[in-house]
Design a protein around this ligand. Sequence first.
Ligand SMILES: Cc1cc2nc3c(=O)[nH]c(=O)nc-3n(C[C@H](O)[C@H](O)[C@H](O)COP(=O)(O)OP(=O)(O)OC[C@H]3O[C@@H](n4cnc5c(N)ncnc54)[C@H](O)[C@@H]3O)c2cc1C
Length: 353
Amino acid sequence: VTAIHADRLWDTIIVGQGLAGTTLAWHLQAAGQQVLVLDADTPVTSSKIAAGLITPITGRRLALSWGFETFLPVAQAFYQDIETLTGQRFFHTRTAIRLLTSEAEQQHWSRRDCLAEYQAHLLTPQPNALVEPDFADVRFGGFAMESAQLDVRAYLAASRACLAVATVTVDWPGAVAFYDDHLVIHGYRGLRLISCEGHAASRNPYFSEVPFRAAKGDILTVRFQQPLPAQTVHRGVWLAPTAAPDVFYVGSTFDWDTLDCVPTPVARSEMEQKLKAFCRTPYTVIDHQAAVRPIIKASKPVLGMHPRLHHLGYFNGLGSKGALLAPWFAAAFTAFLVNGTALPDSANLRAYM
Ligand SMILES: Cc1cc2nc3c(=O)[nH]c(=O)nc-3n(C[C@H](O)[C@H](O)[C@H](O)COP(=O)(O)OP(=O)(O)OC[C@H]3O[C@@H](n4cnc5c(N)ncnc54)[C@H](O)[C@@H]3O)c2cc1C
């Protein structure tokens, strides 16, 4: 762990220790930089409540996840490296079961499952029984895919113990002073400052032009009457394993209107209805949380340096896929900052500022 001396001049100061800030900090440090992370240490954040699912075929339209083949190998190699560095485990490969809900969905799937790009993600052979018949209704069949899950909380906690992190809530803009060749923020001196604040960046006055289309998500934690296999099950809602074999996350909702972290009975009942529509195993709800996903208009990550304040940068827009996207885009941002490699056009902050 790097000591946090008050007189140190940091190469990069990052604001926010969610998936974006943590992953960028590891990449910059690996490139030889001295990195300090300032984080409010808020108990509920999008990263802290996320299930960390990395799923190749998702949603009602059974769509292929954007860039999955490119982003997954980078994510897997990165998280496994950090597991080795920290001596903790948080990246798990998982079988993901998708149960179909109707004949129409079966037909839709029959037109897709023969395509090579879909076949590449399916388990071969497919299991005889997708799930135990007394666990869930499998009337319309489904399929089993290879997927992964990041235990995001464990990744953040292990990283916090190893990176230089100070508990500070940055109060923009008053807390920052920019000079020709460095900046000072809450008394810390750095050559560069990068906002990785998630949805809170929508209140950052330096980046007010970035168009958010953020969505609140509620998530339940449920305890089943008996242990279940450590696989994810998707059917309207998803069930995602936790460290305890009888405890699963159930998620999640999308609410574009009320952007707060207050769990609501309406969201809980929506998720429970979808769960009860197929799950026959009794459960009790033991926790319910909500946070706001940092989705930016085009639903793609956004990164780069401020066009006028040359020491100030931005890494955001991980949306609902932070576990998959953070490592590839943190690597791209690091290559830009350290070697001057061009940023991917589709993710460049300059599109908005
Ligand atoms: C219910 C739910 C389920 C989800 N499930 C999944 C999933 O299964 N798989 C997946 O990949 N993604 C999932 N996501 C999305 C995922 O959470 C996001 O993609 C990701 O966590 C965003 O990370 P971030 O670092 O950009 O933002 P955040 O997680 O919001 O982190 C920002 C950090 O910055 C800190 N901060 C902000 N402002 C300041 C400030 N001014 N001063 C100091 N600190 C500050 C915050 O306290 C926080 O620690 C889910 C999200 C929700 C809400």
